[in-house]
Design a protein around this ligand. Structure first.
Ligand code: F6P
Length: 363
């Protein structure tokens, strides 16, 4: 530490391609340009509660730009304000925020950089209210964070999902089947919409447009009548029928957002086969979408966001998250990010574009 100044950084929520690129950008620029010491906190807010951290040297973040996951570890359940503690078979929740704030204060940092999605930004906002100077960096494959046009990780997830759809085409065409590809996205349809368009999905089902089974079946039959004996359905894990509900894969009690979605693809597969008589199969892309190396776009975006976070530290813009608006980076207050998921608007131009090439949304 050249000037007695120190910052800390953590990643929270699900892993996603590009987190390491942010850690690298923040650490390198903070050391090189501001002479800061950088502390890496392990496993998200677990590390804050249990004082698990280590110094990040320039060399320790070298070579991680292309690596998926996060070198610091992360957690989808650690919330200092509702900290889950296992007592035998039972779970108890405790407010550990005082401990968290005390531990952060002991680190003697001027800022905590939190890389995360809506959950992490919500906790960051609470910590800010409790006096912790925080800067947020938006991360999620779901692309559903308020205050930013795009999050890093989304492009990588879309590219993996698109590759999956491309590969599924072979079997769909050869066996004259309906192939259903279920993609992630939580309650937002961004991944399904983008990968569905990129992969030429005949039917794209997103949570924002509840579907009618009859409309899906009619589309499949219409394609058959026109000589297209296969159909590709891209379905978001959060998609639901009109008047119906999402399919829940599991409930993670220790999480503040306990519902894990998944399985709608299999439900649809059976229903479509029954209604159309066309053999159907389902593939769930699942965590493949969060894994592996980030796309060049995400590497660039993550590096820009990380570098900008360091500028914000220097400008003392605490309480803000770096956001993307068009081609520019902006600062968005954490209270505006914590307002809930950014869903696909029904007038999103991409929906119109897809309809223009005869894509069915099941409505
Ligand atoms: O938020 C990222 C995400 O991958 C969602 O798309 C998905 O619904 C969820 O996390 C899966 O969570 P988990 O890794 O706990 O199964």
């Amino acid at each position: 530490m050249k000037n007695g100044r120190r910052i800390a950084i953590l990643s929270g929520g699900g892993d996603c391609p590009g987190i390491n690129a942010v850690i690298r950008a923040v650490t390198k620029k903070a050391i090189l340009q501001l002479g800061l010491e950088v502390i890496g906190i392990e496993d998200g807010f677990h590390g804050v509660i249990h004082n698990r951290c280590r110094k990040l040297e320039y060399d320790s973040v070298s070579g991680i730009l292309t690596q998926g996951g996060t070198m610091l570890g992360t957690s989808k359940t650690a919330n200092p304000y509702r900290y889950a503690i296992k007592k035998g078979n039972k779970l108890e929740f405790k407010d550990m925020s005082k401990t968290a704030v005390e531990n952060i204060n002991k680190l003697d940092i001027e800022c905590l950089v939190c890389i995360g999605g809506d959950g992490t930004m919500g906790i960051s906002h609470d910590l800010l209210r409790d006096g912790v100077p925080i800067i947020g960096v938006p991360k999620t494959i779901d692309n559903d964070l308020k205050g930013t046009d795009i999050t890093f990780g989304f492009d990588s997830a879309v590219s993996i999902a698109t590759e999956g759809i491309d590969r599924i085409h072979t079997t769909a065409e050869s066996h004259h089947r309906v192939m259903i590809v279920e993609v992630m996205g939580h309650h937002a349809g961004w991944i399904a919409l983008h990968s569905g368009i990129a992969g030429g999905g005949d039917i794209i089902l997103i949570p924002e447009i509840p579907y009618k089974l009859d409309a899906i079946a009619e589309k499949v039959k219409e394609r058959h009548r026109k000589g297209k004996r296969f159909s590709i359905v891209v379905v978001a894990e959060g998609a639901k029928p009109k008047g119906g509900n999402v399919v829940i894969r599991r409930v993670v009690k220790e999480s503040s957002d306990p519902i894990r979605l998944g399985g709608i693809g299999f439900v649809l597969g059976e229903q479509i086969e029954k209604k159309t008589g066309v053999e159907s199969r389902t593939v769930v892309m699942g965590h493949l979408q969060r894994g592996g190396t980030p796309t060049p776009f995400d590497r660039v975006l993550a590096t820009r966001l990380g570098a900008r976070a360091v500028d914000m530290i220097e400008n003392k813009e605490f309480g803000y998250m770096v956001g993307v608006k068009g081609d520019s980076l902006i600062s968005v207050h954490l209270k505006d990010v914590a307002k809930g998921p950014r869903l696909v608007p029904l007038d999103d131009p991409l929906i119109e574009t897809a309809r223009g090439v005869n894509t069915c949304f099941g409505d």
